[in-house]
Design a protein around this ligand. Structure first.
Ligand SMILES: [Zn+2]
Length: 81
């Protein structure tokens, strides 16, 4: 088997399957949920690993944390006057 042929085989496998980012089982490309761990999965990245869905809860928690910090700085600047 030539190197080109091997690369072609690897690429071929990547186009037909992706791997769960949580438990690393192989999934079909159009799978929305992992059959093994029931986590939601998205399209694969260039390594053939499915992306995790966007973490809205973490995103909102981060914004609230920064807003609280900004409010604290604002409050602190008022005390200094
Ligand atoms: Zn999984």
């Amino acid at each position: 088997m030539t190197e080109d042929k091997i690369n072609e085989t690897i690429r071929g496998a990547d186009t037909y399957s992706k791997r769960c980012p949580y438990c690393f089982v192989y999934l079909s490309l159009d799978a929305k949920v992992c059959y093994s761990c029931n986590h939601k999965v998205r399209n694969p990245n260039k390594y053939g690993i499915a992306k995790k869905p966007f973490d809205w809860y973490g995103f909102i928690a981060a914004i609230v944390t920064w807003a609280a910090f900004g409010y604290y700085l604002w409050w602190w600047s008022i005390q200094m006057k």
